[in-house]
Design a protein around this ligand. Structure first.
Ligand SMILES: Cc1cc2nc3c(=O)[nH]c(=O)nc-3n(C[C@H](O)[C@H](O)[C@H](O)COP(=O)(O)O)c2cc1C
Length: 241
């Protein structure tokens, strides 16, 4: 199984998204998946210019010669895509959206009906790919991810992929801090690894495993207090300088 993971956190390996993504990918590797990870921050991917040259003038080829030349063939070669993104204003990051828009040359311009919707046929091999979403956010409630999950589900329908589920980590910054403090949160990381194994071995991730990834880490009031204290300390430190 070939897995292409894209982490669009500008904080890359030091970010909260990586705290969930990395054990998930480790779980997939443990059971034999061939995993490749890209960080959008290290890639030079321009936004789509909307000219449709890739459909009508140079079919399958974008006129923009940037790092999408490296990523696009890997995307179409992969059996599983893992989109990892921090939640930015209720959605995915800009660089992640730019990358997704740039897969359009992999589609043909023609319309066809699929599941009673107009869609574009792909080019080349018609393999059944899966997509997994990994996301972390700063607010406490799990429903902050609702709009992102709806968006990614729609992308899967549009691109003829199976949405295999999401590893969602609300109050994500608390997890990093609790790990540093030695708090009992190992089950969350173990569940992320287990989800990776399950996806490769069983083709699905169990709802129980995914809900452990998202479980409450601390009461909301405590989180608000701790976060506000930290913000105040940071601001006080700036004032003292
Ligand atoms: C520009 C920006 C927008 C954000 N918007 C939201 C938001 O709408 N909801 C939320 O819960 N967190 C929001 N956050 C917080 C991040 O989602 C959160 O800190 C995340 O864990 C960061 O992941 P990273 O460390 O991997 O980059 C935002 C952060 C930034 C920088």
């Amino acid at each position: 199984m070939k897995v292409l993971a894209i982490n669009s956190s500008p904080r890359m390996d030091k970010g909260n998204t990586a705290v969930i993504l990395n054990p998930f990918l480790d779980g997939m590797k443990e059971v034999g998946a061939d995993v490749e990870l890209f960080y959008t921050k290290k890639l030079n991917i321009n936004p789509c210019q909307g000219e449709f040259d890739c459909w009508l003038k140079t079919p399958g080829e974008c006129f923009q010669k940037d790092d999408m030349e490296i990523v696009r063939p890997k995307i179409f070669d992969a059996d599983v895509w893992v989109l990892a993104t921090p939640l930015y204003v209720d959605g995915m990051t800009g660089p992640m959206k730019n990358l997704i828009d740039r897969i359009v040359p992999g589609l043909q311009p023609f319309f066809e009906l699929r599941d009673d919707h107009i869609r574009h046929p792909g080019r080349g091999e018609d393999k059944q790919r899966k997509m997994v979403l990994v996301s972390t956010c700063g607010f406490w409630e799990l429903d902050n991810f609702d709009a992102l999950v709806v968006h990614v589900t729609a992308i899967c329908k549009n691109a003829n992929m199976e949405f295999a589920g999401a590893l969602l980590r609300p109050h994500g910054s608390a997890l990093s801090r609790m790990i540093q403090m030695g708090a009992p949160v190992q089950d969350v990381l173990t569940a992320a690894t287990e989800a990776g194994r399950q996806l490769v071995q069983e083709g699905r991730m169990s709802p129980d495993t995914l809900s452990t990834v998202s479980r409450e880490l601390l009461p909301r009031d405590t989180y608000i207090q701790m976060a506000n204290q930290r913000f105040q300390q940071a601001l006080d430190a700036v004032e003292k300088k």
